[in-house]
Write a protein that binds this ligand. Structure first.
Ligand SMILES: [Cu+2]
Length: 172
């Protein structure tokens, strides 16, 4: 019976472990709630990676994501991807990304995203990459990006590098 009791004792722990969602926990900073921060595995040798997250502004004033930093990358920028005349383009949002009160802004492949340059090492699926984002009002917020598989949740997302080469706006 000793074995059984130890299994029983472990059961709640297992439930706790298995109950942890794959997605990172929400991060609260002032009036902002940040959730589903993720990135994608990069091929070895890649020097850039995107970062994606959802930002909800529960306050009554707008805030602005102005930038950030992370040990994994030499530089982190806030980018916008748009399609103009069928050509996808990216540009850095010099003024930052405004999050209006009561609104939720999603950074996702094909739209707004974080762009990490000068990667120190490739991102591997399952990694949690810590980054610090900077908001005008909420200040600095540290969170981690859950690294998903290459090309995850993003049709054509693997073409990020290709798009960058085509984009004249991109300063590398
Ligand atoms: Cu970009």
């Amino acid at each position: 019976m000793k074995k059984l009791s130890s299994i029983v004792a472990l059961a709640p722990l297992l439930v706790v472990l298995l109950g942890v969602p794959a997605q990172a926990d929400d991060v609260k900073a002032g009036d902002l709630v940040i959730s589903q921060a993720w990135s994608r595995a990069t091929p070895s040798g890649a020097k850039v990676a995107g970062g994606y997250l959802t930002i909800e502004n529960k306050g009554s004033a707008p805030d602005r994501l102005v930038g950030g930093a992370g040990d994994v990358a030499g530089k982190l920028e806030v980018h916008e991807m748009t399609t103009e005349n069928g050509v996808m383009k990216m540009r850095a949002l010099e003024q930052g990304l405004v999050i209006e009160p009561g609104k939720t802004v999603k950074l996702a492949p094909g739209g707004y995203h974080l762009m990490m340059f000068d990667l120190k090492n490739p991102l591997k699926q399952g990694d949690k990459v810590p980054v610090t984002l900077e908001f005008e009002k909420a200040g600095k917020v540290t969170l981690s990006l859950d690294v998903q598989a290459v090309g995850a949740q993003a049709p054509g997302g693997g073409g990020h590098m290709e798009m960058m080469k085509k984009s004249p706006d991109h300063k590398m």
